[in-house]
Design a protein around this ligand. Structure first.
Ligand SMILES: [Zn+2]
Length: 64
């Protein structure tokens, strides 16, 4: 399943369609972003460490 582009959390880069970021509970979002990282395993993902991901899911690599 291919998910459509979502909005990106201004604070942590988490991609969501919710009103609140499911990762950091921020309510500030940006409509544009570039690149996407799908974090499945937080502990084993190098990308997760780089972007400091706290929750599995989709993250934008560049935003803001
Ligand atoms: Zn967030």
């Amino acid at each position: 399943m291919v998910e459509k582009a979502k909005k990106v959390c201004k604070n942590c880069g988490y991609l969501t369609n919710s009103k609140e970021c499911e990762s950091c509970n921020s309510k500030e979002f940006l409509p544009k972003y570039k690149g996407r990282a799908i974090i499945v395993n937080l502990k084993e993902s190098e990308v997760a460490k780089k972007i400091d991901a706290k929750k599995q899911g989709n993250y934008a690599l560049k935003y803001g």
